[in-house]
Design a binder for this molecule. Sequence first.
Ligand code: FES
Length: 253
Amino acid sequence: MVTLTIDDQNIQVPEGLTILQAAKQVGIEIPTLCYHEALAPYGACRLCLVEIKAPQPALVTSCTYRVEEGLVVQTDSKWVQRTRKIILELLLARCPTSKVIQDLARSLGVEETRLPTLGTEEELCTFCGLCVRVCREVVGRSAISFINRGPTRTIETPFKIASEECIGCGACAAVCPTGAIKIEDIGDSRLLHNWHTTLKLTRCKICGGYFAPQEELESLKQQVPLDEELWEVCPDCRRKLSAHKLPHHLSSY
Ligand code: FES
């Protein structure tokens, strides 16, 4: 165990935790944007900055910094508050119409940004990188990545065309904090607008409804042991069909 001080509380936490995880254990909330507990820490958004007093004063990203014996942490010092506000002004300049960013800024005392809009008014991507990382680390694909630098930096498929790596699972959209990734099911097709990709949906053998791209089902089959017949039906019908066969947590795949 490691003993440290967070916001004047002496606490003991297991070795290897980050400051963010340690703070959470004692009920101290630190704002985050690019952090997701299912993914490796990334340290991109800088919102989770905290001040450490030992061994020397510094601002560090709490989602990446591991606890140390004797560490003294302030999660809401003047220095932290000032810096967080600047970060929020930058985020507001990048995504001026994002409700999520506006709410986050307001909750931390920032009503507006003094900076000019950095891109288009409609921009929703904060470059948190969650979509890129979930695709690579959880789905096991690398259908999208950061491309370019500076003002033309963006997240894209290779060559900005449909990627064979995309299985249409929608994990990228599910983790995106600002709703920047648009996915629609229309008729027998799933349209992944941001990724220039359209995939055909599989039809449920029981109810006839379209439910998932074949590519996603093939990928899941490698990871989840289900009877072959259960992959041919939609999650609703599968739940009914498997009520007596499956542990509950597997019936939603
Ligand atoms: S949450 Fe730590 S840098 Fe984004």
